[in-house]
Design a protein around this ligand. Structure first.
Ligand SMILES: Cc1cc2nc3c(=O)[nH]c(=O)nc-3n(C[C@H](O)[C@H](O)[C@H](O)COP(=O)(O)OP(=O)(O)OC[C@H]3O[C@@H](n4cnc5c(N)ncnc54)[C@H](O)[C@@H]3O)c2cc1C
Length: 252
């Protein structure tokens, strides 16, 4: 019997999903030995997962990681199959029949629901939808966002909340030199939003924004960032959290 992992019988691996996890897994496999073949299956036509459709369009440096994936994609041990939705266009059983191993690197495509009244009202959207829309993700690019009102509220205190605030706060002029989708740029150029509130369930000690994201608000052309001084007062629990050396927020 032929040993697997030899030039005559290379280890054949199917990788499902073409985001960073898929590419790093493929890279590790290919570098692990000369007798490995990786076939990557992606449900969308184009690769790179959330690097393409999540990372903010005005942060082009972060997207440069694509160059690394691109280089790997050129290696003879690697093939990419776009427009293949595993579980629909091809079944897991079929993959198992043709590969020694199947790796699932499909990301986390669903939103976490808050379970609060009004969550599904008109004008209430998830970040996945809005970010996907402005980044031209095929699942979301046809969504309609009504930006004819003056006030927008963002619920969350992480970097994605900061991206959404920033995209809403930037002028069309600032956005037009970014990687933003044409349709989103047209809609945002007509936006009437003048006031953006970022709301978090806890205080500044627990906020997950990185300092870099916050600083960027001070660099926007037509944005006047404001924080209520009272909101910055720390309660004893928050002070204790910040004093804890294992706390990731205080380490930032
Ligand atoms: C808005 C936003 C901004 C972000 N910005 C940054 C940032 O600036 N810096 C940073 O380091 N991280 C950032 N992240 C996090 C980063 O994008 C993710 O951690 C990373 O993309 C996860 O990689 P992944 O490969 O696990 O999943 P994904 O990137 O989601 O890739 C999964 C891929 O699998 C495909 N897929 C799913 N199901 C199937 C199926 N059945 N068959 C075939 N293919 C399938 C999907 O289409 C997708 O292409 C951001 C995330 C978001 C949401």
């Amino acid at each position: 019997m032929n040993t697997v992992g030899t030039p005559e019988n290379p280890l054949q691996v199917a990788v499902v999903g073409s985001g960073p996890s898929g590419f790093y897994a493929a890279e590790a496999l290919i570098k692990s030995g000369p007798a490995v073949r990786v076939d990557m299956f992606e449900r969308l036509a184009s690769p790179f997962g959330l690097v393409r459709s999540g990372v903010a369009p005005d942060h082009p440096k972060l997207k440069q990681v694509i160059l690394v994936y691109d280089k790997l994609a050129r290696s003879p041990e690697f093939s990419f199959f776009g427009n293949i939705n595993v579980g629909k266009d091809i079944m897991l059983g079929e993959l198992h029949q043709n590969y020694h191993a199947v790796l699932f690197t499909c990301g986390a495509e669903t939103d976490r629901r808050l379970g609060i009244p009004g969550e599904d009202l008109r004008g209430s959207h998830t970040a996945t939808e809005f970010v996907g829309w402005y980044n031209g993700h095929p699942d979301y690019r046809d969504r309609v966002f009504d930006l004819s009102h003056e006030v927008a509220v963002i619920i969350g205190q992480g970097n994605v909340a900061a991206y959404v605030c920033r995209i809403l706060a930037k002028t069309a002029d600032e956005l037009k030199h970014t990687d933003i989708s044409e349709h989103a740029l047209d809609t945002l150029a007509e936006s009437k939003v003048r006031e953006i509130h970022a709301i978090g369930r806890r205080g500044p000690a627990q906020a997950k924004f990185t300092s870099r994201e916050l600083r960027e608000f001070g660099e926007l052309r037509d944005c006047d960032p404001g924080v209520d001084a009272l909101e910055l007062t720390l309660n004893p629990e928050s002070e204790a959290e910040l004093a804890d050396k294992n706390n990731v927020v205080s380490a930032k």
